[in-house]
Design a binder for this molecule. Structure first.
Ligand SMILES: [Mg+2]
Length: 424
């Protein structure tokens, strides 16, 4: 199949993100095995390379590996989402200063559109250095024509000296895809992977690339058909279609500065509603969220930047409950007298509905659960049918004067960065 060279997309992925954040404040951890555990269930959610080499699997329940951890003196931390949320925001702000168009994919990943940049490799090596210099966080960058290929290029990046992997010519793409197990292709979960392998003898990303899109659509889904196009260099995937995310970000820069808490409440409510919609789309619930506000890094005014993690009483995907929590967080960090330029909400600690333990679900009243589910389904349906925003929570506001202007931002090369130096 022909490779269309229409777009250039890079995926920026923070290496072992939570561990890297812990290392910022404990430089003695560098070079030593470290793991970070989730707060709720004590599973391993981030591993340093040294811990990976010792055989600690991702998602492993800690109690099963406690002995190994002790034996190898693995440094163990519980998650500090307040910290990770703040560092994430700084990483994203750094990227934002250099690329006009970016999409924050999760707490530690972002896609950027580099179409039109003359030398993407050199550009990304520079970008990686800037992120390291200003935030102390190491990142890998994969560059190619589509998001799926950029993700595969990220695998190349992790093994390369420069930390940047490029997949531009067909030979390189094919070599990489042949070495990539079908289970490691973005969006192919365990279930699909097993079926592809056992029933159709599709074992690598390359096998899938060669498969007939029509055949795959008939036997699987339209999403997997698009993955085939993406592997062939044709960009056609919406991010939300790809996979269930472990964190969901919803954040915007305001069209103008905002100082009133009333407007910030509306913006935060609106972002939360958007994140909650994505959460329900992937049949998940969330334990906690992080809400933050900040002034304009690029303006010579007094800066304020703060965020807060709010724990939910029980895991939920109910827009109303999430908005209440987000606003509680906002009110805790809001200070009057500042010109705010950006607010954001990150859903943390996401679990699939199917993984939720029954006893947790029973903690809250059955009636409420049912009513909330029916209401949320109705809201999603109407918004899908008549356009997003048809039905919304009153807290989101009607006029939305804070909304981003549909102007193309020009790259802000002459940026002031002194504020960022506090970290690392
Ligand atoms: Mg990462």
């Amino acid at each position: 199949m022909l490779v269309l060279m229409s777009k250039v997309i890079a995926l920026i992925d923070c290496n072992n993100f939570y561990v890297s954040c812990e290392r910022l404040f404990n430089p003695s951890y560098i070079g030593k095995p470290v793991v970070v555990l989730s707060n709720n269930d004590g599973c391993v959610v981030s591993r340093s390379n040294e811990s990976k080499l010792l055989g600690i699997p991702m998602g492993a329940p800690y109690f099963k590996f406690e002995e190994i951890c002790r034996r190898h003196k693995i440094i163990t931390h519980s998650s500090n989402y307040e910290l990770y949320g703040d560092i994430s925001q700084r990483v994203m702000a750094t990227l934002e200063a250099f690329v006009p168009d970016m999409e924050v994919y999760s707490i530690d990943e972002a896609f950027v559109d580099l179409t039109g940049i003359l030398d993407p490799l050199t550009f990304c090596i520079m970008l990686r250095r800037k992120v390291m210099l200003w935030t102390g966080i190491p990142v890998s960058i994969g560059i190619s024509y589509t998001k799926t290929l950029a993700k595969a290029a990220g695998e190349v990046a992790k093994k390369s000296e420069s930390g940047v992997g490029v997949l531009f010519n067909v030979e390189d793409i094919d070599i990489t895809l042949k070495a990539l197990s079908i289970y490691d292709v973005w969006g192919i979960g365990k279930q699909w992977g097993t079926r592809l392998e056992l029933k159709f003898n599709i074992r690598t990303a390359y096998d899938l690339k060669q498969a007939s899109p029509k055949f795959i659509r008939e036997h699987f889904s339209v999403v997997m058909e698009r993955i085939i196009y993406e592997l062939n260099g044709i960009a056609c995937l919406e991010l939300e279609e790809i996979e269930a995310k472990k964190s969901i970000s919803s954040t915007r820069t305001f069209g103008r500065s905002v100082s009133e808490i009333r407007e910030l409440r509306e913006a935060v409510a609106s972002y939360t509603a958007n994140a909650a919609r994505k959460l329900r789309m992937q049949n998940s619930k969330v334990y906690s969220l992080y809400v933050y506000i900040r002034t304009d890094y690029y303006k010579n005014t007094t800066q304020y930047n703060n965020g807060k993690v709010v724990e939910l009483v029980y895991p939920t995907s109910d827009t109303g409950l999430l908005i209440n929590a987000a606003i509680k967080g906002l009110e805790a960090v809001y200070k009057s007298g500042f010109q705010y330029k950006k607010a954001g909400v990150i859903l943390l600690n996401i679990v699939q509905d199917s993984y939720l333990q029954q006893d947790i679900l029973e903690e809250y009243s059955h009636t409420h659960k049912k009513r909330s589910k029916a209401l949320m389904q109705a809201v999603d349906l109407l918004n899908k049918k008549y356009g997003r925003g048809t039905i919304q929570h009153a807290a989101e506001g009607i006029k939305k004067e804070w909304k981003v202007k549909a102007e193309l931002l020009s790259p802000r090369y002459s940026t002031r960065w002194d504020e960022l130096k506090g970290v690392g």
